[in-house]
Design a protein around this ligand. Structure first.
Ligand code: SAH
Length: 430
């Protein structure tokens, strides 16, 4: 009991600032004092490597890039690390990439900004990673895009390195390359763009001391500018570039939620881009591209023009050939196991669903609870394989019920309810 009391004391002292009576993040040695085996002594030095433990497996943190949103753009290694993890700490932008077949035993920690909630502060994220790894867990820190491109992945890795936690980096497909590709923009092009700059638009808000060289960017005509975090500060970015002499007719584009069923694209000569983006009511996350290669989007818009673009369909696994066809027609698929597990629920909730595909009465019954849980819009369509399945869906209160035969029959049926709304929202704008 005395030992237990000492541990509680150590926990309390490590997490509460006694002078201000506010919560604080424990330093590594403090956390070690209450997380470690009570019979071994805590780390003497905050910066020393975690004590090699004989009995307990050493923890490992994999900083994994989730890709830009389309779940298919997660790397093979990223997927492998996720499936073997004990715990996954993920950002909101990474949620769509969680494998829907993630074992139910994997702990899920969301640390991203969510509606009505503040994002978890960076030091708390780092403390969580440390705590999980010190407990001997295999941890995946899942971050949108690539972990080392504007994602504070470098800071998290340094924190782990300083604490002596074993870690690795699994790069991801950064939004800066994939999002332009899904909007039909090659970021380089022979003769047109010999360089690409990835920049954070936040620097545009600084009246002095900006680390962005607007002068060089504006003067560089054979180059592409790719801007992250720029929806709300786009006006200032464009002002800086025009003031530094950029040609106002330079082609440019803003892409909202690229690579997903919610992708929206606004193209304009750079001088008019801020107004065009405001008129289209685009919100973050958005990525902009400025440069001569943007003009190719007119002919290369392969993604936004696919017939089922805008549809986000939930389908019971295995989706098989039907899933493949729907995917090729441009629908975003969320393939879920039955019974349901936590990870697919996170994926379902990450973006609006437009329909649910049912091949049997059992599937309709099994998904009923999920429909209530996720509070789907009444316009969500129940796509049913035959009349019997459709009848069951109506019995259970689905308002929009359509019978389909092949994947193509989804094209023939008029999109109803929220599907139609999402489709019209998703039309490429020029
Ligand atoms: N590490 C990430 C970037 C994190 S910063 C990466 O490599 O992609 C977050 C910014 O990335 C957002 O503000 C937005 O500018 C951009 N972004 C990420 N995903 C996006 C998406 N699907 N569509 C448009 N922009 C995206």
């Amino acid at each position: 009991r005395a030992e237990q009391a000492a541990r509680y004391d150590a926990f309390f002292e490590g997490t509460v600032d006694p002078d201000r009576l506010t919560a604080r993040v424990p330093v590594a040695s403090e956390a070690a004092a209450y997380l470690s085996d009570p019979h071994s002594s805590p780390d003497p030095d905050d910066c020393a490597p975690a004590a090699p433990s004989g009995e307990r497996r050493a923890g490992l943190v994999s900083l994994v890039g989730a890709g830009p949103g389309d779940a298919g753009l997660l790397t093979i290694r990223g997927r492998q690390r996720l499936l073997r993890a004990d715990a996954v700490v993920y950002d909101r932008l990474a949620a769509t990439a969680l494998p829907t077949d993630l074992p139910a035993r994997v702990e899920l920690h969301c640390v991203g900004k969510q509606a009505n909630r503040h994002p978890v502060p960076q030091e708390e994220i780092s403390a969580l990673l440390l705590r999980l790894a010190r407990g001997g867990k295999r941890v995946v820190r899942l971050k949108g895009g690539d972990p080392f491109v504007f994602g504070r992945g470098g800071e998290e890795a340094e924190h782990l390195a300083r604490a002596g936690i074993r870690f690795e980096i699994v790069p991801g497909v950064t939004a800066g390359v994939a999002v332009p590709a899904y909007a039909g923009v090659p970021v380089t092009h022979r003769r047109e763009a010999a360089r690409v700059s990835f920049l954070t638009a936040h620097e545009a808000t600084k009246s002095s001391g900006s680390r962005q060289r607007w002068d060089l960017l504006a003067a560089d005509r054979h180059a592409t500018i790719v801007g992250y975090m720029g929806v709300t500060v786009l006006g200032q970015v464009v002002e800086h570039l025009l003031a530094a002499g950029m040609d106002p007719a330079t082609p440019s584009v803003m892409v909202h939620q690229g690579t997903t069923s919610r992708q929206q694209v606004v193209r304009s000569p750079v001088a008019g881009l801020p107004d065009a983006v405001a008129r289209a009511n685009l919100t973050p996350p958005g990525l902009f591209v400025i440069g001569p290669t943007v003009r190719h989007a007119e002919h290369l818009d392969w993604f936004g023009t696919r017939p089922l673009m805008g549809e986000r369909l939930v389908l019971v696994a295995p989706a098989g050939g039907l899933g493949e066809e729907l995917d090729l027609l441009g629908a975003e698929l969320v393939e879920v196991p039955l019974p349901m597990t936590p990870a697919p629920r996170v994926v379902i909730d990450a973006l609006p669903v437009t329909g649910c595909v049912f091949r049997s009465v059992e599937e309709v019954d099994a998904m009923d609870e999920e429909r209530d849980r996720a509070a789907w819009d009444p316009g969500v369509v129940a796509w049913c394989r035959d009349d019997r399945v459709a009848e069951r869906a109506r019995e259970l209160g689905w308002r929009s019920v359509e019978v389909f035969d092949t994947a193509e029959s989804l094209l023939a049926a008029p999109p109803s309810g929220c599907a139609a709304k999402l489709l019209s929202d998703n039309r490429t704008r020029c």
